[in-house]
Design a protein around this ligand. Sequence first.
Ligand code: UDP
Ligand code: MG
Length: 318
Amino acid sequence: MIKKKISVVIPSYNEVGNIDLLATRLIAVLKTLPYTYEVIFVDDGSSDGTIEKLRSIGDLDDNLYYLELSRNFGHQNALKAGYDYADGDCIISMDGDMQHPPEMIPQFIEKWEEDYDVVYTCREYQDEATIFKNKSSDLFYKMINSLSDTKLEKGTADFRLIDRRVANVLSTLNENGLFMRGLVKWLGFKQYAIYYQAEARFSGKSKYTVKKMVKFAVQGITAFSVRPLYIATGIGLFFSLLAVLYIPYILISYFTGHVVSGWSSILATIVFFGGVQLMVLGIIGMYLGKLFMQSKQRPNYIIRSTNLQRVNNDLVKL
Ligand code: UDP
Ligand code: MG
């Protein structure tokens, strides 16, 4: 009987200090399983020698591969590159910083063998994560769940297994502003959630700065919902209604001779409504921007080099 194959995909951006340990721990786990395997590191334009490291770890095991992207495309696009080129019967994605323990893989496989198509994980908060990270992450999941129809459990991570049939569907999708955890949830199929404690990052520091986190959150919300546009319309309607109610008051004041000459109230109104209008315009602009980016049909990533034979000349997947 032919053994089934597991692919492991690891987006890595300046993770040179983690690769040896991760590869060693990963291989130790994969070797205990009755499957063939491949591990694909996606170097997302690192500047710390990650790619040189990846080129040299081939001695560790025959099934270690790399995809080198032409620049930093961001975590989600690097993940997409890995998903597109992995050819296992299932694909496991994990971070390159040891926060996702490879020892959980047998649990994923067990569920996969029970015929689940997606086994995903939800992070339970550990003490090491900063209060800021916990609270901001909490707020993000609350917002996305109230604004979008695709519900995400709190702490959903990009540490998951997807079956080949899910990977096939994913690779046909060509959308900018990827938000993989939402997209996978949106696809449906039979999904199973595992709760886990994230470990602390082994080496290096988090690549998600506050700026990147805000960008990611906006991407997550706007990729899955146009509800902010409806909310903007709602705000507009609400204030128009207020204005309609206010007009009789002005008229009455005029005819009864109580015209107040207060510039402060006028100024306050102008400033306030100016703000509301700008906000609403901003929301519309955000969606227009997304449409603009999508209309250019640029690929999510570009590959510079790889030791995966199957990629050949197909360096851009559209
Ligand atoms: N990552 C990437 N490209 C980026 C930023 C991050 O490939 O532009 C990778 C990073 O190397 C890691 C994973 O995405 O494997 C998650 O990033 P990180 O650990 O910095 O995020 P955090 O765990 O702090 O949310
Ligand atoms: Mg991390």
